[in-house]
Design a protein around this ligand. Structure first.
Ligand SMILES: [Ca+2]
Ligand SMILES: [Ca+2]
Length: 220
């Protein structure tokens, strides 16, 4: 029993969260995309700049958890946290760069494998990178005694501009050249460069970013 609890984990946005293909490609007039940086699986969802999106807070290896108290921090210059959603009873307070969360579950949360306990709804604020760190976490067990998770895995969110492959915050000739290299297979396939949404990076995508750079088209 004790060993079971020793392995319990809380985490945000690990490699399991963001699978390839999550989030259909959606492009808005500002040509801005948001990329979830999960470190191991490339996830290149392009989403609306002014939309609201969510990342899950997950737990695993827990049994009969009756409550959870969390504090998260993030860079408010990169994202704005809008709300915390959960199927459990949830209370939260959003401050500048942090969010405090209390949730209770009168059925008890039991999970060997990762399950969502809440979702962080956020909007991108600016291009950039932010960690989403768990700075405090405590569970309540079936006897209402608090205990700490044995492992905490922090998350991160990266907001980038669509087509900015060299990461300098603007579309430039370097980005166009990058696509040219992908098209001729001198660089690996990169779904971020599929601007015409036909499932592959081809000459049409190269033409699109080239025309965007010289102003023939106004949307990538
Ligand atoms: Ca660039
Ligand atoms: Ca294409």
């Amino acid at each position: 029993m004790l060993e079971y609890y020793l392995k319990n984990t809380i985490y945000i946005l690990t490699k399991n969260v963001c699978v390839a293909g999550k989030g259909a490609v959606i492009v808005d007039s500002k040509n801005v995309s948001l990329i979830w940086d999960n470190k191991t699986i490339p996830c290149r969802s392009v989403i609306l700049w002014n939309g609201t999106y969510s990342i899950p807070i997950k737990v695993e290896n827990v049994r009969n958890v009756t409550g959870l108290h969390l504090n998260l921090t993030f860079d408010p210059n990169v994202i704005e946290v809008v709300s915390i959603k959960s199927n459990s009873n949830v209370y939260y307070v959003i401050k500048n760069g942090s969010v405090g969360i209390v949730l209770t579950n009168t059925s008890g949360i039991t999970a060997k494998k990762p399950v969502d306990v809440a979702n962080i709804a956020f909007k991108p604020s600016n291009m950039g990178f932010t960690y989403v760190n768990v700075t405090y976490a405590e569970f309540s067990d079936e006897n209402f005694n608090p205990f700490k998770p044995s492992l905490i895995v922090n998350g991160s969110i990266k907001v980038t501009m669509k087509g900015d492959f060299n990461g300098n915050g603007r579309i430039d000739i370097g980005d166009v050249a990058y696509v040219a290299y992908v098209v001729v297979d001198k660089l690996p396939e990169d779904p971020r460069a599929d601007f015409n949404n036909n499932g592959r990076v081809d000459i049409g995508d190269l033409a699109k970013i080239a025309y965007y750079l010289i102003g023939k088209i106004d949307k990538l």
